[in-house]
Write a new protein. Structure first.
Length: 427
């Protein structure tokens, strides 16, 4: 039995053993606040609020639509909003529905992994994030809103519109970079909402997989290879979300290629005019039972700097028992561009298991197989989420990568084990 097989077996055994964690730690009986990967995504909060508000209107039990399934005011961490309200103009903006928020993510990792965590053996500011948003309110008919985000840190250059054909377009500009640090404008869009239909126009996070650009929506400090290599990070275009039923939601839209900026349709292929990126983007979510969800996300067409092709992600979540959640994601990339990042063909499966031990501590494991142009890579991660304060989460982890090394970060090493830890302050 070779080393890779032994490690794969050990990783699977470790995943299964996490199901016993709640029995080893006495915790309070009160509900545990969800953090990280299995917390509700930002875009789901508004949908759940609308569902609950509709049920209440129909005489059914439930909380009011303002707090359904989510905490208001940035999870209660509304430090920036309170500071803004101390000024006259800030109070006027707040009274008109404009909210300010954000977070600070700082972290350390012992080695590079060729993904986001690529500045080893140093304490880095990954993301200093600010957002300004007016949620569209359709309580009196059609509602109009907007969102604008800006981020500074070592992650910024991975969040810029690097899919643009030409330099100095949108935030893909040397003036935005300062050594390993930089600025990015990951979101700038307007929204129009009426009843169960919501339309978004502009530049926004793709959100086509289990993991997000936003670290507050992920369980782990590090990212999966599939998230970094096989999925877009941002899109520019138009997306329409429609709730067919309380259990079935759909999203359909168009994007000017992957990771392209405003007014620039991403395409870096030689022999083209650089403005050919044009892709269909769609996502369908199904929640048949409490604690069960399944999502199919796809983008197809001219993906810009990734060539022409088809990419999908299928992922599901299952609450096995109280406080133990399992998730699995499958990704597939098929394009006609051999030299694209992540290559023309890649496929992968990532599994997650998390256990909420008590109201402060959660434990999780992730195991991934990712095959890139015929070469298989593996990684397994074990981590903790510790909620030190209401607005502060600490996430230590141990990660091991082995198999092929398409990112060329291990040199002659057969495998690499990385210790990482980050702290997130939400405001």
């Amino acid at each position: 039995m070779n080393m890779a097989t032994l490690k794969t077996f050990a990783a699977g055994l470790a995943l299964a053993s996490f199901s016993a964690l709640p029995a080893l730690a006495a915790g309070p009986e009160a509900p545990v606040k969800q953090v990280g990967l299995f917390a509700k995504k930002v875009e789901d909060c508004a949908k759940d609020a609308k569902k609950v508000a509709k049920k209440k209107t129909n005489g059914k039990n439930g909380d009011d639509g303002k707090t359904a399934g989510c905490d208001g005011d940035n999870g209660g961490c509304n430090l920036l909003q309170r500071a803004m309200n101390k000024s006259g103009i800030g109070r006027r903006l707040s009274d008109s529905g404009v909210k300010a928020g954000g977070f600070l993510q700082m972290g350390y990792h012992s080695d590079n992994n060729g993904l986001f965590n690529n500045h080893a053996d140093d304490f880095n500011v990954h993301q200093l994030y600010f957002s300004l948003e007016k949620v569209a309110d359709d309580s009196e008919g059609m509602g109009i809103g907007f969102r604008s985000d800006i981020v500074y840190g070592v992650d910024a250059q991975d969040l810029q519109a690097f899919g643009n054909d030409r330099a100095a377009e949108y935030d893909d500009d040397d003036d935005f970079d300062h050594g390993i640090y930089g600025w990015a404008l990951p979101q700038l869009y307007a929204t129009v909402v009426r009843d169960d239909l919501s339309v978004k126009l502009g530049h926004f996070n793709a959100n086509l997989g289990m993991e997000s650009n936003n670290p507050t929506q992920n369980f782990f400090y590090s990212h999966s290879k599939a998230m970094y290599n096989s999925q877009p990070r941002t899109l520019t275009g138009l997306m329409a979300d429609y709730n067919l039923t309380d259990e079935l939601t759909t999203s359909f839209g168009w994007a000017g290629g992957w990771n392209s900026g405003m007014f620039e349709r991403g395409n870096t292929r030689a022999g083209t005019d650089g403005r050919d990126g044009s892709a269909l983007v769609s996502k369908i979510g199904f929640n048949p039972l409490d604690g069960v969800s399944l999502t199919y996300a796809v983008s197809m067409g001219d993906l810009g700097n990734r060539g022409e092709g088809y990419v999908h992600s299928v992922y599901g979540e299952l609450e096995i028992i109280d406080d133990i959640t399992y998730a699995i994601e499958s990704v597939l990339v098929e394009t006609n561009q051999e030299d694209a990042a992540g290559a023309a063909h890649s496929v992968g499966i990532t599994q997650y298991l998390t256990s909420k031990i008590n109201d402060k501590l959660s434990a999780g494991a992730r195991i991934e197989w990712w095959k890139n142009s015929g070469d298989s890579e593996y990684d397994v991660t074990f981590g903790l989420n510790y909620q030190a304060r209401d607005c502060i989460i600490v996430r230590p982890e141990i990660r091991t990568d082995w198999g092929a090394d398409s990112a060329a970060v291990r040199g002659t090493q057969e495998d690499q084990t990385v210790f990482g830890i980050d702290v997130i302050l939400s405001y």
